[in-house]
Design a protein around this ligand. Structure first.
Ligand SMILES: NC(=O)c1ccc[n+]([C@@H]2O[C@H](COP(=O)([O-])OP(=O)(O)OC[C@H]3O[C@@H](n4cnc5c(N)ncnc54)[C@H](O)[C@@H]3O)[C@@H](O)[C@H]2O)c1
Length: 266
Protein backbone atom coordinates (compact mmCIF):
# COMPACT_ATOMS: atom_id res chain seq x y z
CA UNK A 1 0.00 0.00 0.00
CA UNK A 2 2.77 2.46 -0.86
CA UNK A 3 0.30 4.94 -2.35
CA UNK A 4 -2.13 4.85 0.54
CA UNK A 5 -3.89 8.20 0.88
CA UNK A 6 -2.45 9.57 -2.34
CA UNK A 7 -4.61 11.20 -5.00
CA UNK A 8 -3.88 11.36 -8.70
CA UNK A 9 -4.91 11.96 -12.28
CA UNK A 10 -4.25 9.27 -14.89
CA UNK A 11 -4.29 10.27 -18.57
CA UNK A 12 -4.42 7.82 -21.46
CA UNK A 13 -6.16 4.58 -20.49
CA UNK A 14 -7.93 3.52 -23.68
CA UNK A 15 -8.20 -0.25 -23.39
CA UNK A 16 -6.72 -3.12 -21.41
CA UNK A 17 -3.47 -2.94 -23.39
CA UNK A 18 -2.81 0.71 -22.50
CA UNK A 19 0.12 1.36 -20.19
CA UNK A 20 -2.10 3.80 -18.27
CA UNK A 21 -4.64 1.03 -17.70
CA UNK A 22 -2.04 -1.08 -15.89
CA UNK A 23 -0.89 1.93 -13.90
CA UNK A 24 -4.48 2.60 -12.79
CA UNK A 25 -4.91 -1.02 -11.65
CA UNK A 26 -1.64 -1.00 -9.70
CA UNK A 27 -2.27 2.45 -8.21
CA UNK A 28 -5.66 1.23 -7.01
CA UNK A 29 -4.10 -1.90 -5.51
CA UNK A 30 -1.53 0.28 -3.73
CA UNK A 31 -4.25 2.36 -2.06
CA UNK A 32 -4.41 5.47 -4.28
CA UNK A 33 -7.56 7.24 -5.40
CA UNK A 34 -7.58 8.94 -8.79
CA UNK A 35 -9.52 10.43 -11.67
CA UNK A 36 -9.25 8.83 -15.11
CA UNK A 37 -9.21 11.04 -18.15
CA UNK A 38 -9.07 10.68 -21.91
CA UNK A 39 -10.18 12.51 -25.05
CA UNK A 40 -13.98 12.51 -25.52
CA UNK A 41 -13.66 10.40 -28.68
CA UNK A 42 -11.50 7.84 -26.86
CA UNK A 43 -14.16 7.57 -24.18
CA UNK A 44 -16.61 6.53 -26.86
CA UNK A 45 -14.27 4.09 -28.62
CA UNK A 46 -12.43 2.57 -25.67
CA UNK A 47 -13.47 0.63 -22.62
CA UNK A 48 -12.43 3.03 -19.86
CA UNK A 49 -15.80 2.76 -18.07
CA UNK A 50 -14.89 -0.80 -17.12
CA UNK A 51 -11.64 0.41 -15.57
CA UNK A 52 -13.44 3.19 -13.71
CA UNK A 53 -15.75 0.60 -12.20
CA UNK A 54 -13.01 -1.82 -11.16
CA UNK A 55 -10.86 0.94 -9.63
CA UNK A 56 -13.77 2.81 -8.10
CA UNK A 57 -12.84 6.00 -9.90
CA UNK A 58 -14.56 8.73 -11.87
CA UNK A 59 -13.89 9.76 -15.46
CA UNK A 60 -13.50 13.38 -16.51
CA UNK A 61 -13.17 13.82 -20.29
CA UNK A 62 -10.46 16.18 -21.55
CA UNK A 63 -8.80 16.75 -24.88
CA UNK A 64 -5.20 17.52 -23.89
CA UNK A 65 -4.90 20.15 -26.61
CA UNK A 66 -7.66 22.30 -25.09
CA UNK A 67 -6.86 24.69 -22.25
CA UNK A 68 -10.44 24.83 -21.03
CA UNK A 69 -10.66 21.02 -20.85
CA UNK A 70 -7.48 20.81 -18.78
CA UNK A 71 -8.58 23.64 -16.52
CA UNK A 72 -11.88 21.89 -15.90
CA UNK A 73 -10.22 18.51 -15.40
CA UNK A 74 -7.93 19.79 -12.69
CA UNK A 75 -10.63 21.75 -10.84
CA UNK A 76 -12.96 18.76 -10.99
CA UNK A 77 -10.31 16.27 -9.91
CA UNK A 78 -9.42 18.21 -6.76
CA UNK A 79 -13.12 18.45 -5.98
CA UNK A 80 -13.90 14.77 -6.67
CA UNK A 81 -10.86 13.49 -4.77
CA UNK A 82 -11.42 15.84 -1.86
CA UNK A 83 -8.04 17.55 -1.86
CA UNK A 84 -4.87 18.39 -3.74
CA UNK A 85 -3.23 15.85 -6.01
CA UNK A 86 -0.07 13.84 -5.35
CA UNK A 87 0.62 12.31 -8.73
CA UNK A 88 -0.10 12.73 -12.43
CA UNK A 89 0.50 10.19 -15.19
CA UNK A 90 0.74 11.63 -18.72
CA UNK A 91 0.40 8.59 -20.97
CA UNK A 92 -0.69 10.33 -24.15
CA UNK A 93 0.74 10.08 -27.62
CA UNK A 94 -0.44 10.32 -31.19
CA UNK A 95 1.24 11.13 -34.48
CA UNK A 96 -0.95 12.57 -37.20
CA UNK A 97 1.72 12.03 -39.85
CA UNK A 98 2.24 8.37 -38.92
CA UNK A 99 -1.49 7.92 -38.96
CA UNK A 100 -1.67 9.45 -42.45
CA UNK A 101 1.27 7.36 -43.68
CA UNK A 102 3.52 10.38 -44.33
CA UNK A 103 7.28 9.77 -44.43
CA UNK A 104 9.66 11.78 -42.23
CA UNK A 105 11.02 13.57 -45.30
CA UNK A 106 7.53 14.48 -46.52
CA UNK A 107 5.81 15.71 -43.38
CA UNK A 108 2.64 17.75 -43.39
CA UNK A 109 3.35 20.60 -40.95
CA UNK A 110 -0.25 21.06 -39.89
CA UNK A 111 -0.19 17.44 -38.81
CA UNK A 112 3.17 17.92 -37.14
CA UNK A 113 1.81 20.82 -35.08
CA UNK A 114 -1.05 18.58 -33.92
CA UNK A 115 1.38 15.81 -33.03
CA UNK A 116 3.51 18.17 -30.97
CA UNK A 117 0.44 19.64 -29.30
CA UNK A 118 -1.07 16.27 -28.34
CA UNK A 119 2.10 14.41 -27.43
CA UNK A 120 4.46 17.02 -25.94
CA UNK A 121 3.00 20.52 -25.39
CA UNK A 122 0.09 18.92 -23.52
CA UNK A 123 2.57 17.87 -20.82
CA UNK A 124 3.50 21.51 -20.31
CA UNK A 125 -0.15 22.56 -20.45
CA UNK A 126 -1.13 20.12 -17.70
CA UNK A 127 1.68 21.19 -15.38
CA UNK A 128 1.13 24.90 -16.05
CA UNK A 129 -2.54 24.56 -15.16
CA UNK A 130 -1.75 22.48 -12.06
CA UNK A 131 0.67 25.18 -10.97
CA UNK A 132 -1.84 27.97 -11.62
CA UNK A 133 -4.46 26.21 -9.52
CA UNK A 134 -1.83 25.12 -6.98
CA UNK A 135 -3.36 21.67 -7.39
CA UNK A 136 -0.35 19.46 -6.55
CA UNK A 137 0.87 18.80 -3.00
CA UNK A 138 4.51 19.33 -2.05
CA UNK A 139 6.62 16.31 -3.04
CA UNK A 140 4.02 15.40 -5.65
CA UNK A 141 5.20 13.46 -8.70
CA UNK A 142 4.45 14.00 -12.38
CA UNK A 143 5.45 11.31 -14.91
CA UNK A 144 5.20 11.14 -18.70
CA UNK A 145 6.04 8.24 -20.97
CA UNK A 146 8.76 8.50 -23.56
CA UNK A 147 10.73 6.36 -25.98
CA UNK A 148 14.42 6.06 -26.86
CA UNK A 149 13.76 7.50 -30.33
CA UNK A 150 14.27 10.82 -28.48
CA UNK A 151 18.01 10.04 -28.47
CA UNK A 152 18.52 7.63 -31.38
CA UNK A 153 17.09 7.30 -34.84
CA UNK A 154 14.33 4.79 -35.45
CA UNK A 155 13.36 5.68 -39.03
CA UNK A 156 9.73 4.57 -38.86
CA UNK A 157 9.11 6.30 -35.54
CA UNK A 158 9.06 9.37 -37.74
CA UNK A 159 8.17 12.74 -36.17
CA UNK A 160 7.50 11.05 -32.81
CA UNK A 161 11.27 10.91 -32.21
CA UNK A 162 11.47 14.72 -32.29
CA UNK A 163 8.27 14.92 -30.27
CA UNK A 164 9.65 12.69 -27.51
CA UNK A 165 12.87 14.75 -27.40
CA UNK A 166 10.66 17.81 -26.83
CA UNK A 167 8.65 15.97 -24.16
CA UNK A 168 11.80 15.00 -22.26
CA UNK A 169 13.06 18.56 -22.45
CA UNK A 170 9.79 19.85 -20.98
CA UNK A 171 10.22 17.41 -18.08
CA UNK A 172 13.65 18.91 -17.33
CA UNK A 173 12.62 22.54 -17.71
CA UNK A 174 9.31 22.30 -15.85
CA UNK A 175 10.94 20.01 -13.31
CA UNK A 176 13.31 22.83 -12.42
CA UNK A 177 10.55 25.40 -11.98
CA UNK A 178 8.11 23.08 -10.18
CA UNK A 179 10.86 21.79 -7.93
CA UNK A 180 11.87 25.29 -6.91
CA UNK A 181 8.32 26.52 -6.45
CA UNK A 182 6.60 23.54 -4.80
CA UNK A 183 9.03 20.63 -4.47
CA UNK A 184 7.08 18.80 -7.16
CA UNK A 185 9.17 16.33 -9.16
CA UNK A 186 8.86 15.72 -12.88
CA UNK A 187 10.30 12.77 -14.82
CA UNK A 188 9.87 10.81 -18.02
CA UNK A 189 10.06 7.03 -18.26
CA UNK A 190 11.58 5.75 -21.49
CA UNK A 191 9.75 2.49 -21.98
CA UNK A 192 10.54 -0.55 -24.17
CA UNK A 193 8.35 -1.08 -27.24
CA UNK A 194 5.03 -2.33 -25.90
CA UNK A 195 2.10 -3.87 -27.77
CA UNK A 196 -0.65 -1.25 -27.41
CA UNK A 197 -2.88 0.74 -29.79
CA UNK A 198 -0.38 3.63 -30.03
CA UNK A 199 2.66 1.30 -30.21
CA UNK A 200 1.30 -1.00 -32.88
CA UNK A 201 0.33 2.02 -35.01
CA UNK A 202 3.99 2.62 -35.86
CA UNK A 203 5.05 1.07 -39.18
CA UNK A 204 7.42 -1.86 -38.68
CA UNK A 205 6.53 -2.06 -34.97
CA UNK A 206 6.89 -5.85 -34.84
CA UNK A 207 10.38 -5.60 -36.30
CA UNK A 208 11.70 -3.24 -33.68
CA UNK A 209 9.81 -4.99 -30.90
CA UNK A 210 11.66 -8.20 -31.78
CA UNK A 211 14.96 -6.38 -32.28
CA UNK A 212 14.66 -4.72 -28.86
CA UNK A 213 13.80 -8.07 -27.31
CA UNK A 214 17.04 -9.53 -28.70
CA UNK A 215 19.12 -6.49 -27.73
CA UNK A 216 17.93 -6.21 -24.12
CA UNK A 217 19.66 -8.48 -21.60
CA UNK A 218 16.43 -8.66 -19.58
CA UNK A 219 14.14 -8.67 -22.63
CA UNK A 220 11.51 -6.01 -23.33
CA UNK A 221 9.84 -4.49 -20.28
CA UNK A 222 6.11 -5.24 -20.21
CA UNK A 223 3.39 -2.69 -19.53
CA UNK A 224 2.87 -4.30 -16.08
CA UNK A 225 6.54 -3.73 -15.27
CA UNK A 226 6.23 -0.17 -16.51
CA UNK A 227 3.24 0.35 -14.24
CA UNK A 228 5.22 -0.94 -11.25
CA UNK A 229 7.98 1.52 -12.04
CA UNK A 230 5.45 4.37 -12.28
CA UNK A 231 4.12 3.43 -8.85
CA UNK A 232 7.59 3.70 -7.31
CA UNK A 233 7.95 7.16 -8.84
CA UNK A 234 4.61 8.23 -7.36
CA UNK A 235 5.62 6.91 -3.96
CA UNK A 236 7.63 8.61 -1.23
CA UNK A 237 10.55 6.23 -1.84
CA UNK A 238 11.79 8.31 -4.79
CA UNK A 239 11.38 11.80 -3.40
CA UNK A 240 14.69 13.17 -4.64
CA UNK A 241 14.38 11.96 -8.24
CA UNK A 242 13.46 14.75 -10.61
CA UNK A 243 14.17 16.18 -14.09
CA UNK A 244 15.27 12.74 -15.29
CA UNK A 245 14.60 10.61 -18.29
CA UNK A 246 14.61 7.13 -16.76
CA UNK A 247 15.18 4.16 -19.03
CA UNK A 248 12.86 1.28 -18.31
CA UNK A 249 13.90 -1.02 -21.10
CA UNK A 250 15.56 -4.20 -19.80
CA UNK A 251 18.99 -2.72 -20.53
CA UNK A 252 18.40 -1.90 -24.22
CA UNK A 253 19.69 1.68 -23.99
CA UNK A 254 23.19 0.72 -22.84
CA UNK A 255 23.68 -2.42 -24.91
CA UNK A 256 25.98 -1.98 -27.91
CA UNK A 257 25.23 -5.33 -29.44
CA UNK A 258 23.99 -8.70 -28.22
CA UNK A 259 24.82 -12.31 -29.12
CA UNK A 260 21.25 -12.77 -30.31
CA UNK A 261 21.53 -9.92 -32.79
CA UNK A 262 25.01 -10.92 -34.03
CA UNK A 263 24.09 -14.57 -34.38
CA UNK A 264 20.88 -13.72 -36.15
CA UNK A 265 22.73 -11.45 -38.56
CA UNK A 266 24.28 -14.10 -40.80
N1 LIG B 1 3.59 1.34 -26.85
C1 LIG B 1 4.87 1.59 -26.94
O1 LIG B 1 5.64 0.89 -27.62
C2 LIG B 1 5.45 2.75 -26.19
C3 LIG B 1 6.82 2.80 -25.92
C4 LIG B 1 7.33 3.90 -25.23
C5 LIG B 1 6.48 4.92 -24.86
N2 LIG B 1 5.14 4.86 -25.15
C6 LIG B 1 4.28 5.98 -24.76
O2 LIG B 1 3.34 5.54 -23.81
C7 LIG B 1 2.23 6.45 -23.82
C8 LIG B 1 0.94 5.65 -23.79
O3 LIG B 1 0.76 4.92 -24.97
P1 LIG B 1 0.28 3.41 -25.02
O4 LIG B 1 1.35 2.64 -25.69
O5 LIG B 1 -0.24 2.96 -23.72
O6 LIG B 1 -0.92 3.47 -26.11
P2 LIG B 1 -2.46 3.86 -25.99
O7 LIG B 1 -2.91 4.03 -27.40
O8 LIG B 1 -3.18 2.87 -25.16
O9 LIG B 1 -2.46 5.27 -25.25
C9 LIG B 1 -2.35 6.52 -25.91
C10 LIG B 1 -3.45 7.40 -25.33
O10 LIG B 1 -3.37 8.76 -25.79
C11 LIG B 1 -4.72 9.22 -25.81
N3 LIG B 1 -4.87 10.46 -26.58
C12 LIG B 1 -4.60 10.64 -27.90
N4 LIG B 1 -4.96 11.90 -28.26
C13 LIG B 1 -5.45 12.52 -27.14
C14 LIG B 1 -5.97 13.82 -26.88
N5 LIG B 1 -6.05 14.76 -27.83
N6 LIG B 1 -6.38 14.10 -25.60
C15 LIG B 1 -6.30 13.17 -24.62
N7 LIG B 1 -5.79 11.93 -24.82
C16 LIG B 1 -5.38 11.60 -26.06
C17 LIG B 1 -5.44 8.05 -26.46
O11 LIG B 1 -6.84 8.12 -26.36
C18 LIG B 1 -4.85 6.88 -25.71
O12 LIG B 1 -5.57 6.60 -24.53
C19 LIG B 1 2.43 7.34 -25.05
O13 LIG B 1 3.03 8.55 -24.67
C20 LIG B 1 3.41 6.52 -25.88
O14 LIG B 1 4.14 7.31 -26.80
C21 LIG B 1 4.61 3.78 -25.78
Amino acid sequence: MILKGKRGIIFGALDEKSIAWKVAEKAHAEGATFVLTNAPIALRLGSIAKLAQSTNSQIVPADVTKNEDIENLITQSVEILGGKIDFVLHSVGMSMNIRKGKAYTDLDYENMHKTLDISAISFHRVMQECMKQDAINEWGSVVALSYIAAQRVFPDYNEMGDTKAFLESIARSFGYHYGKAKKVRVNTISQSPTITTAGSGVKGFEGFYEYAEKMSPLGNASSEDCANYCITLFSDYTRMVTMQNLFHDGGFSFTGVSYEVVNGAH
